[in-house]
Design a binder for this molecule. Sequence first.
Ligand code: SIN
Length: 527
Amino acid sequence: MTTDILIIGSGIAGLNTACQLAKLRPDFEIVIATKSTLENSNSAKAQGGIAIPKNDPDSLQKHVADTFLAGDQFADPKLIEDILKDAHSVLEQMELYDLQFDMNSSGTLDRTIEGGHSERRIVHVKDFTGKAMINAMIKTLKGFKNITILENHISINLLQNEDPSHGFSCIGSTFVSTITGEVNNIFAKATILATGGIGSLYKSSTNIAGTNGEGLVLAHDIGAELSNLEFVQFHPTGLSAPKQTVPLISEALRGEGAHLVNEQNERFMSKYDPRMELAPRDIVSRAIVFELINDDAKHVYLDATHMNTDKFMDRFPEIYKICSEANIDPRTDRIPVVPIQHFHCGGIETDTMGRTNINSLFACGECACTSLHGANRLASNSLLEALIISKRVAELVSEIPDYSSKSTTTSKYSAYSLADNMYFEKLNLEIQDILTNEVGIIRTKNGLNYSMERLREIENAINQATPEERSLHYHVLKSKVKSAMFITQSALLRDTNCGCHFNINDQEQSQQIISNTTDQNGHFSVR
Ligand code: SIN
């Protein structure tokens, strides 16, 4: 199949690229491919909202400063400004989707606040902003005649072409149908990766299942640069529940007044940061882990019982539903919470236009890394970044020259077996254990070294698979272990703590904690 533009992934970044481009170029054929369905994405689970400052220079500068500080001063403030200067125009983008954010009684946008923000700037649709946006975008997308939707298709590699005058270009991708196993190449003038996050590398995450970080591997395999991979963000308040996909209890609830308390019902955040519950996420997550260690506890609590009940029900219906399903009434009960893997600040390196270092290959959304987030993302900056960069990508590819025409590539296989393999599943669980235990909120040198060694052994074991065993399951696992190794390797290479990367061996004052919480091999352990 040949198309003008190929988009891989259907979260907010993928959908927005497709719709903005279809509007700009009704003459283009656009394919949007997703390994699941359009409705099933991490974006659809986003509760909080989008950080959009008021339309004045002062508000923009404050947003830039908050982003810089939350990111532990790792990003370049000029780069941050280059992206955030378009934040306000996101409201105009929403006109295409006929999407209205919540208004307050004075008829202006209702802006909430979350951790690391110095002022109220987060626009939202109650506490289901992501779902509202995804539904509106799908409706718009289906109205465009020049967009082909390909669900249940997983990309297994990117195709490249050498043009003597231009060097290597990405000219499309090979896909496997997750329903039939059939293999197909799609050739395009430009390919956009919007494949999302890495949550399924961990035992528990707020991400949907299947977030294996495959975008990192697809891009790396054809020579794209990756960056900031060690900065894996944990959300401080996932509902304490032993599940692969853990429901989020939005930071906006803390923004509207909920407190964090420990086993003794003490509001503990004052010990760690003067901003208390509204400190940036890396700080709050670490503080919770230290409380759990001190109290030998399974969770801390989010206490919203003092909040106005009617306001709670009106503003947080999704959280009320999540709690009710767990037999918790947040109006009268404290909500048990723990930090949970949530977002990858690193990814496929791009400039602020979404360009990778490979011709005709672009990336946006969580799989990409513009470096806006530095070492720790400011809350509600991710949907914002996805919308700004995907619009810029749509504008760029609307004028892209075609390097794909000389292609003759055909796929090695005509179909993949879809059979599950118990041994591969065992290795998959071990990868999740390793990353959870050794590449989490608190890391140790020994733990990271052990992780790298064991992941290498797992990769070797996967490579021993016989030709008959080389199913789609095999392929997915091979890619998964690679992304796990990329992240571990980056964590090993960073020698000073910053943002989401916290290696306990780099902190002198942490010696006490080390001896209390590491086993004889120097691995960190908290239950
Ligand atoms: C939240 O609602 O707390 C999540 C928002 C985000 O990840 O930025």
